[in-house]
Design a protein around this ligand. Structure first.
Ligand code: DGY
Length: 323
């Protein structure tokens, strides 16, 4: 008998068809839909969930006694209570690696756009205000040869370092729990204390995952440590930065600017001061959002789900103790 699976995100047609071949598949718009009393029998037999960006909380888990696998189409899994899933014997699968280079590209785009004031310059052209040669009031900041501070030296941090070293001759400082000998050898990166990286870098780039340890890691104190002409770049998770403190720092020119792909609340509210500050580049959480990478992430999530349901020693499991 095919395992019962609920899909709560639209995935490419080829992968959808593949899932349909191997599972008894129910598609929902949102996991909220499966909490409806009509869905009780589906929840009673469901063994796998696949989707992204939705809480899988006790309300659902208590009603799904046969659930064995949750496959998220993301590398980040901060939205899950992993300890609770483990207690219930449910595997949580995720999609590292396939999005690394695409996300590093986006982070570099934020660095370049923030430094060269791309948002302001695009607006200026669009509004018909490009009526004479650009003068010093519109000049940006060099990236080439500057100091890049990377907070968190995981896969994405390493790929950002690779670009910075090979393409932009940047000096790389980093802070992470452990030494990364490879980045030190390959890109001449130097590991320093958290405060030193903040104080010395021209661009401070957050590539950390969100956890109890990293929540609001960067607040007023940390922003005040940064150079007044430095930029803060966030391609990790919004809650790592205290957004109110960042807004205040940007308003008071404590730092020169910011490039953000992630926010405390997403989607970002239209009345957020971040949208009216000229020195901020705001992207709508598009780190991995290319056709190729989103297809690859969905493919990996489908593979993860099917391997885990078939007990084929799944590899991208966040809580392997459950296996
Ligand atoms: C992830 O996979 O966690 C990303 O944030 C999605 O782009």
């Amino acid at each position: 008998m095919l395992p019962t699976v609920i899909l709560y995100k639209t995935i490419p047609a080829d992968l959808h068809a593949h899932l349909e071949q191997h599972c008894d598949l129910t598609v929902v718009n949102s996991l909220r839909d499966v909490l409806h009393p009509d869905m009780e029998s589906l929840l009673a037999r469901v063994e796998g969930l696949i989707g992204v960006n939705e809480m899988v909380g006790p309300e659902l888990l208590d009603r799904a006694p046969k659930l064995r696998v949750v496959s998220t189409i993301s590398v980040g899994y901060d939205i899950f209570d992993v300890a609770d899933l483990s207690r219930r014997g449910i595997m949580l699968m995720h999609t590292p690696d396939v999005l690394t280079e695409t996300t590093a590209d986006m982070i570099f785009m934020l660095i370049l756009c923030a430094a060269r004031r791309a948002t302001e310059m695009i607006e200026l052209v669009r509004k018909g205000q490009w009526t004479k040669d650009i003068g010093s009031e519109h000049f940006g900041t060099d990236v080439y040869g500057k100091k890049l501070g990377i907070l968190g030296m995981g896969r994405i941090g390493r790929s950002v370092a690779k670009r910075a070293h090979a393409g932009f001759n940047m000096e790389i400082l980093y802070h992470s729990r452990s030494v990364n000998e490879q980045v030190e050898k390959d890109f001449m990166a130097q590991r320093h204390s958290f405060d030193h990286v903040l104080a010395e870098s021209d661009f401070v780039c957050v590539t950390l995952p969100l956890s109890d340890q990293t929540k609001k890691l960067i607040g007023s104190r940390e922003l005040a440590l940064m150079k007044s002409d430095a930029f803060l770049i966030n391609g990790g998770r919004g809650a790592i930065i205290d957004e109110a403190a960042l807004i205040e720092a940007l308003q008071k020119n404590v730092i020169r600017g910011a490039g953000l792909d992630v926010y405390e609340q997403e989607p970002l509210a239209l009345d957020s001061p971040l949208l009216s500050l000229p020195n901020v580049v705001t992207l709508p959480h598009i780190g991995s959002a290319t056709h190729e990478t989103r297809h690859a992430m969905a493919r990996v999530a489908v593979e993860n789900l099917l391997a885990a349901l078939a007990d084929r020693s799944p590899v991208r499991c966040v809580n392997p103790e459950v296996i």
